[in-house]
Ligand binder design. Structure first.
Ligand code: ADP
Length: 214
């Protein structure tokens, strides 16, 4: 994050004199406390300064790089996830290809009648299944999908960085966002979202544009 000239001044005053009250900083800059308020808010929100009631502002000692890193780790799946596009496990490969085109997604999630996640289908899974001469309406997706428990998932509270690491290490394009629920002693996965490389890209752009508030 780039600080403006006045913010740089404030940081250097606090570095040398902290803890120091807002009034004292304003005095040193020959400005009013009200004029400084937005700058002080930005500097505390972005982590350069910290404030303690009745003590004043002090310098946290964190570098721009450390602060950027902290903000990035705070971006969570629930803030960036998309709506999942699903097909029922009884659908045919032909149905799944139509859904993938119509919904304009690269990954389909396969669910059972209770809307629990049972598998995942990628573009290449469908291409591979289409290479032979078989009737695609007669081939069920359940025989070509990657099936639970082999599907890599994530939770809404996971960080986008954890998701990015999973996408890279598993060489896949997206993850289902799930909530694990116990049902008759077995764990089922309620599907609540989708997070893909596109969502990671959006988080990356958000961080660059809104780095103060992230
Ligand atoms: P594509 O094959 O179209 O490049 P992916 O790289 O996402 O798309 O998928 C590669 C393989 O990994 C496919 O066989 C797919 O079924 C499987 N796959 C995709 N996403 C996941 C996931 N989250 N967990 C486990 N396997 C997955």
């Amino acid at each position: 994050m780039e600080l403006n000239e006045r913010q740089e001044w404030i940081v250097s005053i606090v570095k040398e004199n902290g803890p120091i009250t807002g009034e004292k900083i304003a005095e040193k800059l020959s400005l009013t406390r009200a004029t400084l308020r937005p700058d002080l808010a930005i500097l505390t929100m972005s982590g350069f300064l910290d404030a303690r009631p009745r003590v004043g502002y002090y310098y946290t000692g964190k570098t721009g790089g450390q602060l950027f890193n902290e903000r990035m780790k705070k971006l969570t799946v629930k803030e960036f996830q998309s709506i999942p596009v699903v097909v029922n496990e009884s659908a045919s490969v032909y149905d799944a290809i139509c859904t993938m085109f119509l919904e304009d997604v690269g990954t389909l999630f396969v669910v059972n009648k209770k809307a629990h996640l049972v598998g995942i289908l990628s573009r290449k899974d469908l291409l591979r299944a289409s290479m032979g001469k078989q009737d695609l309406e007669a081939v069920p997706i359940s025989i070509i999908m990657t099936r639970m428990p082999n599907v890599t998932t994530c939770k809404p509270s996971d960080s986008m960085l954890e998701v990015a690491n999973k996408l890279i290490s598993k060489q896949i394009d997206g993850l289902p966002v799930v909530r694990e629920v116990k049902e008759n002693d077995t764990t089922v996965h309620e599907l609540i979202g989708r997070v893909t490389k596109t969502n990671i890209t959006k988080a990356f752009v958000y961080l660059a544009n809104n780095d103060i508030h992230a």
